[in-house]
Design a protein around this ligand. Structure first.
Ligand code: SAH
Ligand code: SF4
Length: 363
């Protein structure tokens, strides 16, 4: 056993230098870090995996993030917006499959019609499931009033990645205008927390210009902001985006993948009782990527329940997996894979972040 690594792992509080050392660990030391993170996971959140049925209901977006395949300026993407009936059918499928929660994700839009449509959908999803389905939203930056309206109508979790906690790097990944402002994004995360949402954030790993120190700071950022859930995964370049020109400066995909798994493991060691997602982008690089993430400390999986015909147009990045599959194709296969890594699916349980629940009790 590497003494230095095991000393770091056994510390109560990891410093930035410690985190950087862990992020730079070789493959032998990494195996040790992952094993340690797996133990922390079983002790603090158990070996259960919670499902969130993911409905990617529209790729229409007002924004132009420089990394994203569905950015407004990509005219090569065919735009779609599922009908209310299609969204409700997908939610009903998740309910019948006993998934317990869904995520409504889409491009960012903020007109009044969109806002009230989401409110109505939230109410209808609550209704069709006798109030049982938990609803997570991932619809970008909105005003405090809008977040409040959606919360009051029954959404209780929100995912808004900071993308990078470093302002300079954030600015290199986004156009330089008011619609893509680091401070606004940070304020939005704070507002979500204030309103009472279980708040999830995260970053992309292996973007152009990113350093190991940036990633260490991202992990410290999650701690400082007392985040309840984290979803992070590898950055995967998309040809129809401005950042594609930097593809030759990137780490090879496999290394981006390994770094992502290491980030998950270190995060689990630092924030023992939060929810951590095994994200789809991991599966885009390695067919068993999500299962490897579970081993390293993740405890949430978001099975895609978007109707098959729309999946090919929700390409945030290239090589996105399962775009030809139907929601039902995944059930048995996913459950068996999860069992293989020693976890079990917690059907019918909301799986709120233990961290969030404890905070409520301490209030
Ligand atoms: N519009 C919403 C939700 C959809 S995008 C929002 O931006 O919050 C969801 C996430 O996809 C983003 O937060 C981003 O981190 C991720 N993403 C976008 N393009 C990506 C790429 N090329 N590689 C990896 N992840 C990407
Ligand atoms: Fe739109 Fe989200 Fe993509 Fe940015 S990351 S362009 S907000 S869908």
């Amino acid at each position: 056993m590497n003494n230095n690594i095991s000393d770091i792992l056994n510390k109560n509080d990891l410093s930035k230098t410690d985190i950087i050392e862990l992020l730079k660990a070789d493959s032998v030391a990494t195996a040790e870090i992952i094993k340690f993170a797996g133990k922390i996971k079983s002790e603090n959140v158990g070996n259960k995996v919670y499902y969130r049925g993911l409905i990617e209901f529209s790729n229409k977006c007002r924004k132009d993030c420089l990394y994203c395949g569905i950015r407004a300026s990509n005219v090569k993407t065919e735009r779609y917006d599922l009908s209310d009936e299609e969204i409700l059918a997908a939610a009903n499928y998740a309910y019948l499959q006993n998934y317990a929660s869904i995520v409504l994700q889409g491009g960012e839009r903020n007109n009044a019609k969109f806002v009230s449509r989401i409110s109505e959908l939230i109410k209808k999803i609550k209704n069709l499931s006798n109030n049982n389905l938990g609803i997570t939203l991932s619809l970008g930056e909105q005003s405090e009033n809008v977040y409040r309206e959606w919360f009051t109508n029954g959404a209780h979790r929100y995912l808004l990645r900071i993308e990078s906690s470093d302002k300079d790097l954030y600015n290199k990944l986004h156009p330089n205008n008011n619609a893509h402002c680091y401070e606004t994004r940070l304020e939005a995360i704070k507002t979500l927390k204030k309103i009472g949402f279980q708040t999830g954030t995260g970053v992309m790993i292996g973007t152009p210009f990113q350093t190991i120190e940036n990633l260490a700071n991202d992990l410290l950022f999650f701690k400082q902001y007392d985040i309840d859930m984290v979803g992070m995964g590898p950055y995967i370049e998309h040809t129809e985006t401005p950042l594609y020109q930097f593809k030759d400066t990137l780490l090879p995909l496999k290394e981006r993948f390994n770094l992502s798994i290491k980030m998950i493991a270190i995060l689990r060691i630092m924030l023992k009782d939060i929810n951590i997602a095994a994200t789809t982008a991991l599966q885009a690089i390695d067919p068993v990527g999500r299962e490897k993430a579970l081993k390293a400390g993740a405890n949430i999986i978001m099975p895609n329940i978007t109707p098959t015909q729309n999946r090919k147009n929700y390409l945030l990045y290239e090589n996105k997996p399962c775009i030809d599959e139907q929601a039902s194709d995944c059930n048995n296969c996913l459950e068996a894979r999860i069992k293989m890594v020693g976890d079990s699916v917690a059907y019918g349980e909301w799986g709120d972040s233990v961290h969030f629940t404890k905070k409520g009790k301490n209030k």
